[in-house]
Write a protein that binds this ligand. Structure first.
Ligand code: PEP
Ligand code: MN
Length: 349
């Protein structure tokens, strides 16, 4: 049951709703404070729909909204500020742009620390590397799993940089969440509702990648799963969709960036690496994404791409990433926004 509360309701009137809920063993939570939508449902394990008649005479209840009529949580509201997602020094949205960089997969500890130091020195505020890799073939390298998480944890405190890493399985959310500052949900998992619900039940930001052939409506509904679970910290990531041409690995949908920035209040970033699939096109695509309004970049970087198990062809060298960060800074400033820089002194994250 969803209640719409009266405009300017008094705190004591809200207390009365919450007290009634507690007495009836119902839970209440704001689905959307801006729109004054309060969801009321029985506590876990207790069946039965809440009884409307018990609530209709309460001072702050204006009306009841059916699930179908409730405005979706991802939609922007005129006059409302956009959502700003912050994690380990990074800020996405509200005019702040942050860079995320790292190898496709965590493979070797020394290499990971080297990349972390280099990308941090060039302007990345978060290190991204996969311990669990969602590969198209079951015979391809699947990531180092728990050993990879341990390496990320060690490099995180050694270098002082926050971590973005993918969670593939709902059963791993707690384990990955112990290391990650932001959960990545990959393209192949965008429609995995149990996984979306599981990260939606946490308070940790979620970087949600667009599915390989997902419409923007499907992408937004995947985000809606996380938001409906009570986690409002969602970053949308455009990473290209399957096209008909094999010149690039995917077709970066720049229009999607501009559209999503209008349609939702959520921050939007782009991943030019998986879109291009080749390093020579990563920088121009990254800059195009920023001009279209992206609040951040997710870029694959590796000093020895011929040695890696996955995505070597699209990895930027450390120097190329430095050059990209410099150009990104200029474009961002030109657009009147700011690039969030790493703390010059190693921070404890
Ligand atoms: C990745 O980020 O390394 C990855 C596999 O990306 P995607 O889910 O976009 O294919
Ligand atoms: Mn990759």
């Amino acid at each position: 049951m969803i209640l719409r509360l009266r405009k300017g309701f008094a705190p004591e009137d809200l207390n009365a709703v919450q007290a009634l809920c507690a007495k009836l063993h119902y839970q209440s939570r704001f689905l959307d404070e801006e729109r004054r939508l309060l969801e009321v449902c029985p506590e876990r394990g207790l069946g039965g729909a809440p009884d409307r008649s018990l609530f209709e005479d309460l001072a702050c209840v204006e009306s009841f909204v059916s699930g179908n009529e409730a405005p979706e949580l991802h939609l922007s509201i005129p006059g409302r500020e956009e959502t700003v997602v912050s994690a380990a020094g990074a800020v996405f949205g509200g005019g702040a742009v942050s860079l995320i960089a790292g190898p496709c997969a965590v493979e070797e500890r020394g290499r990971l620390a080297e990349i972390a130091r280099a990308v941090r020195a060039s302007g990345a505020v978060l290190l991204r590397g996969g311990a669990y890799k969602p590969r198209s073939s079951p015979h391809s390298f699947q990531g180092l799993g728990e050993d990879g998480l341990t390496m990320l944890q060690e490099v995180r405190s050694e270098v002082g940089i926050g971590i973005v890493t993918e969670v593939l399985d709902p059963r791993d959310v707690e384990r990955v969440g112990a290391v990650a500052d932001i959960f990545q949900i990959g393209s192949r998992s965008m429609t995995n509702a149990p996984l979306l619900k599981e990260v939606g039940a946490t308070k940790k930001p979620v970087l949600l990648k667009r599915g390989q052939a997902a419409t923007l409506r499907e992408f937004l509904l995947a985000a809606e799963y996380v938001l409906a679970g009570g986690n409002s910290e969602v970053i949308l990531c455009e990473r290209g969709v399957r096209g008909f041409d094999d010149v690039t690995r995917n077709l970066l949908d720049i229009g999607a960036v501009a559209y999503l920035k209008q349609k939702t209040h959520l921050p939007v970033i782009i991943d030019p690496s998986h879109a291009a699939g080749r390093r020579d096109l990563v920088t121009p695509l990254a800059l195009a994404g920023l001009v279209a309004g992206a609040d951040g970049l997710l870029v694959e970087v590796h000093p020895a791409p011929s040695e890696v198990h996955s995505d070597g062809r699209q990895a930027l060298s450390l120097d190329a990433f430095t050059a990209l960060a410099e150009q990104a800074r200029a474009f961002i400033n030109l657009g009147g926004r700011r690039l969030v820089e790493p703390d010059p002194a190693p921070v404890s994250v």
